[in-house]
Design a protein around this ligand. Structure first.
Ligand code: FAD
Ligand code: NAD
Length: 467
């Protein structure tokens, strides 16, 4: 078979690239080694984790906050088997949705491992060992990433686990030890903490979610501590071993004091590395970068081999589904002769804890480092009528704007529905809005989004009304 575009990998990068290419009239194929489409995101990432976050949040509210709303429940219990069954059904609906979209867009799909024979020929090796070759004028590498570990820790996938296993536990841990206080650790830690597990987080840096604005990590830590999660910041893990059903994690405090924790599960969440195993990059003269094993691309996401592109987690930048999707669109449109563009500064980052954390643009630390003169406006949710009504009083919106021009440079939110609220900030910044522009825009009352407007009012001359 001869194609205009062959996409290897069907995650959010790959499937979006395939659909956009097909929409543009290009004859397109997508190769996926797993039995379902959707990659990490739909199968073992964004979607199942959010399904469990939603279920566990219902339980947490039922057991902790319903009473204050005048709702009394007796004999509340968690049915983890049903919770996991629902999660599997949610995943199934999403992955079969991609099958439907491929058919609708007349995309040929192939199940098997795709490997370069030359820059235009891909060999597909199926599960039964049989092979098939297809050729394409353009090839898009969208093979994603896999969990990374620490060299001295052996992940046995039973007691010392990655996010993949944490999404399919058959029991609620008694004591879950997390190595890494980043996005995965805090989201999956929240799931099990809400269901009643003791959760301990060991983080190497001096704050959780350390790449985000420092104020967010500080507030999130405070709220999660109230939920019962304990934190060891600035601590260095030195080992993790399993004996029967018990895991022992050893680590050093910032002053060099030796410590250990014993639990029944240890989740290693110290980042992910690009995945190119079995892809045969050497056959086309491509090497991966030493650090992170990433494929190198230029501004058009083309590798040094003409007609071979790479997108998503397998290349530089944030490992986020929406970033991969935007890159899939960009490459498909580039191949079709268009001139698309991605503003990498405006890709939002979200942590789906409760309260949610969401941010876009520059952090205060980045602005300080760059010597940019900026002004700040903050608004706490405890002063929002909507938040008082729902009982979600933790968190704030922080707006950073250029001191001279008032252009919004960064928005950092921790609070109820921050994940949805950040879209307004992204759009405002895409159109280079000033804090004054947002401050003068009508926001429905009572909504959480009013807090963004109030933070903009605070940034433009301390004019917030409700604080
Ligand atoms: P992937 O989704 O990893 O897909 C790559 C696909 O390529 C896989 O299906 C793989 O089987 C296939 N493949 C690999 N090699 C071959 C080959 N040789 N031949 C054929 N097929 C191959 N991001 C967010 O934005 N929001 C979230 O809420 C979020 N939550 C997450 C939660 C967890 C627990 C995890 C682990 C990740 C989460 N992410 C989230 C990150 C997100 O899942 C990734 O950024 C995204 O999936 C990357 O998309 P991709 O298309 O680059 O690669
Ligand atoms: P991460 O980079 O978010 O966090 C890893 C954390 O581990 C960091 O805080 C780091 O300082 C810490 N760490 C590293 N080495 C350590 C050590 N030796 N001891 C203790 N701590 C150590 O990575 P992650 O949480 O594994 O997530 C992987 C990727 O998946 C992320 O890039 C993220 O973008 C993506 N993801 C996104 C979402 C979302 O968008 N909501 C959710 C889950 C995952």
């Amino acid at each position: 078979m001869q194609y205009d575009v062959i996409v290897i990998g069907s995650g959010p990068g790959g499937y979006v690239a395939a659909i956009r290419a097909a929409q543009l009239g290009l004859k397109t194929a997508c190769i996926e080694k797993y039995s379902t489409f959707g990659g990490t995101c739909l199968n073992v990432g964004c979607i199942p984790s959010k399904a469990l976050l939603d279920s566990s949040e219902h339980y947490y509210n039922a057991s902790h906050t319903f009473k204050t709303h005048g709702i009394n429940l007796d004999n509340l219990s968690v049915d983890i088997t049903q919770m996991m069954k629902r999660k599997t059904e949610v995943v199934g609906k999403n992955t079969s949705g991609i099958t439907f979209l491929f058919k609708k867009n007349k995309i040929d799909s192939y199940q098997g491992v795709g490997s370069f024979k030359d820059k235009n020929t891909i060999v597909i090796t199926k599960a039964d060992g049989t092979t098939q070759e297809i050729t394409g004028t353009n090839v898009i590498i969208a093979t994603g990433s896999k969990p990374s570990s620490l060299p001295f820790i052996k992940i046995d996938k039973k007691r010392i686990i990655t996010s993949t296993e944490a999404l399919t536990l058959t029991e609620i841990p008694k004591h879950l030890i997390l190595i890494g206080g980043g996005v995965i650790g805090l989201e999956l830690g929240s799931v099990y903490a809400r269901l009643g597990a003791k959760v301990s987080v060991i983080e190497f840096m001096d704050s959780i979610i350390p790449t985000m604005d420092k104020s967010l990590g500080k507030e999130l830590q405070k709220v999660m501590q109230k939920q019962g999660v304990e934190f060891y910041l600035g601590h260095k893990v030195t080992g993790a071993t399993v004996k029967g059903k018990e895991v022992t994690v050893t680590f050093d405090s910032p002053t060099g004091e030796k410590k250990e924790l014993k639990g029944d599960y240890c989740l290693v969440a110290v980042g992910r590395i690009a995945y190119t195993d079995g892809l045969g990059l050497d056959k086309i003269g491509l090497a991966v970068e030493e650090r992170g094993r990433k494929v190198t691309v230029n501004d058009h996401l083309e590798t040094s081999v003409k007609g071979v592109y790479a997108i998503g987690d397998v290349i530089r930048g944030a490992m986020l589904a929406h970033k991969a999707e935007d890159e899939g669109t960009l490459v498909a449109e580039t191949i079709a002769g268009q001139k698309p563009h991605i503003n990498y500064n405006l890709i939002p980052g979200v942590v789906y804890t409760w309260p949610e954390v969401a941010a876009v643009g520059q952090t205060e630390e980045q602005l300080k480092d760059a010597g940019v003169k900026y002004k700040t406006g903050s608004f706490p949710f405890r002063a929002s009528g909507r938040a008082v009504a729902s009982g979600d009083l933790d968190g704030f919106v922080k707006v950073l704007a250029d001191e001279a021009t008032d252009e919004i440079l960064g928005v950092h939110i921790i609070g109820p529905r921050a994940a949805d609220m950040i879209a307004e900030a992204v759009l405002a910044m895409e159109f280079r809005a000033s804090a004054e522009d947002v401050a003068r825009t009508s926001h429905a009352h009572p909504t959480y989004t009013e807090a963004f407007r109030e933070a903009c009012l605070a940034a433009t001359g301390n004019r917030a009304i409700h604080i």
